[in-house]
Design a protein around this ligand. Structure first.
Ligand SMILES: NC(=O)C1=CN([C@@H]2O[C@H](COP(=O)(O)OP(=O)(O)OC[C@H]3O[C@@H](n4cnc5c(N)ncnc54)[C@H](OP(=O)(O)O)[C@@H]3O)[C@@H](O)[C@H]2O)C=CC1
Ligand SMILES: O=C(O)CCC(=O)C(=O)O
Length: 435
């Protein structure tokens, strides 16, 4: 594999991160990269301490009456990492195994993401520890409304604005909007984004994260002289982000050779017909049994030969254990935190370019920003305007991160952290930190 010196994916001056306590703890993974960038920026110790601590961590108890009549209590979280650049922004995920450390990491990633994209937002994230596949629609609605009611003093269009993430969707955003509006006694659409279009949502928000993944993949492929028509792509995860990324990359001429969901991976070196996948999902709801591809495990999927790998499922998929087995040239992180910090130096050593999560998947929050702007203006844009502006934001962000990474002779991930932290730190200094 050729060495690419003096570029964002050169191994030349990349510093080994200090050993971490738990490499698969997303907050520690975030902090490893933050520490590296802070050191390169020569960040003032006071500002370093200010930015590493989340501004607010709220844990709420969510008692609801199940359809059976039984009362069950769920745990909910909202972490506001930072609100220096503006109201905090970030999705809400529903998952049975979610932890506070995971939410803390996801909230910090939102701060860095909004900073890189030039959005007037800080970073936050929320979660409810529950398994939506085991809940009825009524139970899901009750959980969502109670979670929102418990966070009434946190949320607000000028304070903290939730959005969808794993296992949450437009309907859940509609319930959040309605519950908030009931409490403040007027309809407040701008309190949440990712809503149905009929309730003040933005055209293009559902596809926005996958569209941003596609745009950043094409930008990176151009730097690497990989043409879309010659590119073989593997996508892990076939939810909102994965399925849209696959569809839009296929529309650009790429051949999608591998896909997966929780049921496993599916591989066809001649290309997977995504229309047939869509028809299969309509009937079966999971990829399991898809006849036109060979079945592989999720672990094998990540190691399939391809040009571009798009992890778009969850955290900690590419680790020190499998980074040396990957068979791709480029990774575009659709998911948040799919790569652990201890895998970074291995990928860098192997000259695999990584477009990091805080850049690659920022299309979602960018169109959420457009939605918030439209709601506040009460004036809605056509789809082509949303997509054109998204493309401009994503391309600019890619170019500036690439330039920063090149200037510091670091991989794109560290370039992205440097750029993000520098902007927030400079804003903190200008605003001052006195009570
Ligand atoms: N939605 C958004 O706008 C944004 C999402 N992201 C991030 O993208 C990632 C995916 O989110 P999103 O698409 O919204 O979530 P979804 O819930 O829509 O989809 C998640 C997908 O991942 C699959 N999956 C879950 N676990 C595994 C596993 N162990 N191996 C393989 N596949 C798995 C799920 O399978 P199954 O359906 O069978 O359970 C599903 O296909 C998350 O990291 C999220 O934080 C980032 C930015 C914005
Ligand atoms: O759209 C948003 O506001 C946030 C999306 C999100 O949660 C993310 O980018 O991880």
């Amino acid at each position: 594999m050729p060495q690419r010196q003096h570029s964002p994916y050169s191994k030349s001056v990349y510093k080994e991160p200090a050993p971490v306590h738990d490499p698969e703890n997303p907050f520690e993974s975030m902090m490893e990269r933050f520490n590296l960038a802070a050191e390169l920026l020569n960040l003032d110790e006071g500002i370093y301490n200010f930015l590493k601590m989340p501004a607010k961590q709220v844990i709420v108890s969510i008692p609801i009456q199940m359809d059976s009549g039984e009362i069950k209590v769920f745990e909910g979280y909202r972490v506001i990492h930072d609100d220096t650049l503006g109201p905090s922004k970030g999705g809400v995920r529903y998952a049975p195994d979610v932890t506070l450390d995971e939410v803390k990491a996801l909230a910090a990633w939102m701060t860095w993401k909004c900073s890189i994209l030039g959005l007037p937002f800080g970073g936050a994230k929320g979660a409810v520890k529950c398994d939506p596949s085991k809940l009825t629609p009524t139970e899901l609605e009750k959980i969502t409304r109670r979670y929102t009611a418990s966070l009434i003093s946190i949320f607000g269009p000028e304070r903290d604005i939730p959005a969808p993430d794993m296992n949450t969707n437009e309907q859940i955003m509609a319930w959040i909007m309605d519950t908030y509006s009931m409490h403040v006694e007027h309809t407040e659409t701008a309190v949440v984004t990712g809503k149905p279009v009929i309730l003040g949502g933005s055209l293009g928000r559902i596809e926005a994260t996958g569209r941003g993944v596609m745009i950043s993949a094409l930008s990176a492929m151009k730097k690497m002289n990989i043409s879309p028509e010659s590119a073989k792509v593997v996508v892990q995860g076939f939810g909102n982000v994965g399925s849209v990324s696959a569809k839009l990359l296929a529309e650009q001429g790429c051949k999608i050779v591998g896909i997966s969901d929780i049921s496993g991976g599916y591989y066809n070196p001649n290309g997977i017909d995504l229309e047939k996948v869509r028809e299969h999902l309509k009937v079966h709801h999971v990829l399991s049994g898809f006849p036109e591809a060979d079945s592989v495990t999720n672990a094998e999927l990540l190691e399939l030969p391809c040009d571009v790998l798009v992890p778009a499922a969850k955290e900690d998929q590419i680790t020190a254990k499998n980074a040396d087995k990957l068979n791709c040239k480029l990774i575009v992180e659709g998911a948040n935190g799919p790569t652990t910090a201890d895998a970074d130096p291995i990928l860098n050593e192997r000259c695999i370019m990584v477009v990091p999560d805080i850049l690659a998947n920022a299309g979602g929050v960018t169109v959420s920003y457009f939605e918030w702007v439209q709601d506040r203006q009460g004036y809605f844009w056509p789809l082509d305007r949303v997509n054109m502006r998204l493309e401009r934001f994503m391309r600019n962000a890619f170019d500036t991160v690439y330039e920063t990474a090149s200037r510091y002779n670091q991989p794109l991930r560290i370039g992205a952290y440097i750029q993000a932290i520098d902007k927030v730190a400079r804003t903190v200094r200008l605003r001052g930190i006195y009570a």
